[in-house]
Design a protein around this ligand. Structure first.
Ligand code: PMP
Length: 406
């Protein structure tokens, strides 16, 4: 049998991740200055590891209910109440139907297999063939692909040069086919944090058009103090801006957050979604027949994670951000990241190179970064991750600055 003949159009339409290609090239280098990795480099805090190990040892190894174990959902509901003022209805849904108890007017909440799992389920729950989803360019690599997997159309909203997805930019792209706008703050690949006003304007736009605003806030905890703003609900309390922070927002906003980046557990595959109950229920139904549930013992680890204060780690990343800006802002254009652990650096025009050419030249000098065309219709910038060792960061910045100075 010729198995390749059987491959679907859906699969054929997808190229292997450009990030993977850089990783493959990097694998051939000896001790590169590696600034390409999109996950934190600190060890997982001990109490979080212990909680997961304890769960394994006390036999929490089977399936859980699809929406996640009750103590985790209760802990998450309390977190969202404190953080966003949301009053999630946490009563369990009737197994298998995706419907059942609970108050349809209150937001729903579900635990997913990674933030990616939440995004995929949301896309599958909402998009019909030909429907459109708008997101900022540059974007997180997964967005266009999961839109296509749902037979929908990804609509890229060009956000250069400031890399901000504003309501004014998104509005121009709305058509009768638009089902949702997808905001990512803090952003991958640029570390750009939306302001309160930008969040509010996007919320108002989506509300007025009757479309969903998905807010991918996987890096929410990684918002540095200088990008935090007074919360509209608790003036004086500085939080990461979110469109979820406004009265009634849970009717329009599907909030997607995760554990992987915040606590250094990307391999645990844990995320969650909260928002309009009708959508969460459909996501649960789809989860039942795909992922089934998020990994059981690690859901126990996640409860411990939510009690752990990561401030110290986040301050350490802010210091690295400052180091990146100090090294690169004198030689090129780079927007100071307000969060996450990425900077999206422009290849100086005077070099007359595409980002791919620049990244290839950097590889020859033993530095690994990702070309912008992996995240964008343009190939003018590269993504630098400062979730890297001190050696990689100092060594890599020195080489990159030297290349761009010339
Ligand atoms: N959204 C963004 C913006 C991301 O950067 C990532 C991971 N790189 C994800 C979602 C997916 O995260 P997870 O590992 O929780 O699936």
């Amino acid at each position: 049998m010729d198995a390749s003949r059987l491959i679907s159009q859906r699969a054929r339409a997808i190229n292997a991740s450009g990030i993977r290609k850089v990783f493959d090239l990097g694998a051939k280098l000896k001790d590169p200055f590696n600034l390409s990795i999109g996950q934190p480099d600190f060890p997982v805090p001990e109490p979080i590891r212990r909680a997961a190990v304890h769960a394994i040892e006390t036999n929490h190894n089977g399936y859980t209910v699809t929406q996640g174990i009750a103590p985790l959902r209760e802990r998450l509901a309390a977190h969202l109440k404190r953080d966003l003022g949301w009053d999630c209805d946490n009563r369990p849904l009737a197994a298998g139907t995706g419907t059942g108890g609970g108050d349809p007017s209150r937001p729903g909440l579900t635990v997913t297999s990674g933030t990616s799992g939440a995004l995929l389920l949301a896309f599958l729950a909402i998009l019909n063939p030909g429907d459109e989803v708008i997101f900022g360019d540059p974007y997180f690599v997964m967005y266009p692909h999961i839109a296509r997997m749902a037979d929908a159309k990804p609509v890229l909203c060009d956000t250069y040069p400031d890399l901000r997805l504003t309501a004014a930019r998104a509005e121009k792209l709305i058509t009768p086919k638009t089902k949702m706008v997808l905001l990512n703050t803090p952003s991958n690949p640029a570390g750009v944090v939306a302001t309160n006003k930008e969040c509010r304007d996007l919320l108002d736009l989506c509300r007025s058009k009757g479309i969903l605003l998905i807010s991918d806030e996987i890096y929410d905890e990684f918002t540095y103090d200088d990008a935090r703003e007074s919360s509209p609900l608790e003036p004086g309390v500085r939080r990461c801006p979110s469109p979820g922070r406004y009265p009634g927002a849970a009717e329009t906003v599907l909030l997607v957050r995760g554990f992987g980046k915040t606590y250094g557990v990307t391999g645990w595959r844990l995320g969650y979604a909260a928002g309009p109950r009708a959508i969460i229920e459909e996501m649960n139904k789809l989860q039942q027949y795909t992922f089934v549930c998020a990994p059981a013992p690690l859901q126990h680890g996640a409860i411990a994670a939510l009690d752990y204060d990561m401030t110290e780690h986040i301050s350490a990343y802010k210091a690295r951000r400052d180091k990146v800006m100090e090294a690169l802002s004198p030689v090129t254009e780079v927007i100071s990241p307000g969060g996450a652990f990425y900077a999206f650096v422009k290849v100086p025009e005077k070099m007359g190179m595409t980002a791919t050419q620049f990244v290839t030249a950097a590889l020859e000098k033993n530095v690994l970064v990702i070309p912008g065309n992996v995240f964008s219709a343009r190939d003018t910038h590269f993504r630098l991750s400062y979730a890297a060792s001190e050696r990689s960061l100092s060594g890599g910045l020195e080489v990159l600055a030297e290349m761009m100075k010339g």
